[in-house]
Design a protein around this ligand. Structure first.
Ligand SMILES: C[S@@+](CC[C@H](N)C(=O)[O-])C[C@H]1O[C@@H](n2cnc3c(N)ncnc32)[C@H](O)[C@@H]1O
Length: 259
């Protein structure tokens, strides 16, 4: 494996069979996923609380790749002016459908051309939106030029739901550790960053085992699936609860001029 984190990132991006590094592929992907995105994603109350504390009192916040605003909207009242930038009109339509407050502006545009459509903001956030950027160095430099005070990068190391982890392990396609790779990239740029890990919890309930197994879609027998998921399952009054925790990495790069 090459030592250079930018080459490792680029190789990872180009290894995606989905070819979502082609913008038209990524847009087509989100066109199909936008309506169900929020429902498929875990709530992030601890991450939002951590960011809100940090952002409070700042004049402006830009999220690049804001999607449906699932992370951005809970942060909106900490900041005077908020911009949601995304290249997918379908994801932004979901954000708009939530009736965001008047100080939240949605802008359809790409990270690559962001400097032509949005001005620098006090804080810039990119949460899970760099995964298909082949040129990570260029993307980070753009994000940093757009941020007057602080740049926040959110990622994880692929340790999410037990059933998806297991499915990927069985298929031989473990989810990549993008948070660690991003941290290596910031080190390579000699950008000092503050690293925080926030633990979130997800809890799903099922009325019977059949619906739980249909959700998990493991290529295993029923007894093997239940044995694998057992540590995360509890049963009470015929109702099954499937619960797990997962960690999110928040990397904050300061510009050195904080109020
Ligand atoms: C995984 S979603 C994350 C959305 C949001 N940040 C969140 O945490 O829920 C990635 C989002 O980044 C957007 N995106 C990906 N590449 C982009 C690019 N080059 N320019 C602008 N938006 C991009 C996608 O359209 C999508 O809405």
């Amino acid at each position: 494996m090459p030592a250079d984190p930018f080459i490792r990132w680029r190789d990872l991006v180009y290894s995606a069979r989905s070819e979502r590094y082609r913008p038209e592929r990524d847009l087509a992907f989100w066109q199909g996923k936008a309506a169900g995105y929020d429902h498929s994603q875990p709530p992030l109350p601890n991450t939002a609380a951590c960011l809100r504390e940090d952002l409070r009192g700042l004049g402006s916040l830009l999220e690049v790749g804001a999607g449906t605003g699932r992370l951005l909207l809970p942060l909106a009242d900490a900041v005077a002016q908020v911009t949601a930038l995304d290249h997918s009109p379908d994801m932004l339509a979901q954000l708009q459908a939530k009736g965001p407050p008047a100080h939240v502006r949605a802008v359809c545009g790409s990270l690559e051309e962001a400097e032509g459509v949005v001005a620098p903001h006090d804080a810039v956030l990119a949460a899970w939106s760099l995964a298909y950027q082949p040129d990570l160095r260029a993307a980070l430099l753009t994000l940093r030029r757009l941020s007057r005070r602080a740049l926040y990068l959110l990622e994880d190391d692929g340790v999410g739901s037990p059933h998806v982890q297991l499915r990927r392990a069985l298929a031989g396609t473990p989810k990549p550790g993008r948070a660690s790779l991003l941290q290596d990239a910031l080190d390579a740029l000699a950008w000092t960053c503050d690293v925080r890990r926030v633990t979130e919890r997800r809890r799903l309930t099922f009325t019977d085992i059949a619906s739980l197994l249909a959700f998990a879609r493991l290529p295993l027998s029923e007894s093997e699936s239940l044995a694998a998921l057992g540590p995360f399952l509890t049963e009470e009054d015929g109702q099954w609860t499937y619960a797990w925790t997962f960690d999110i990495t928040i990397l904050r790069v300061d510009q050195g001029v904080r109020a």
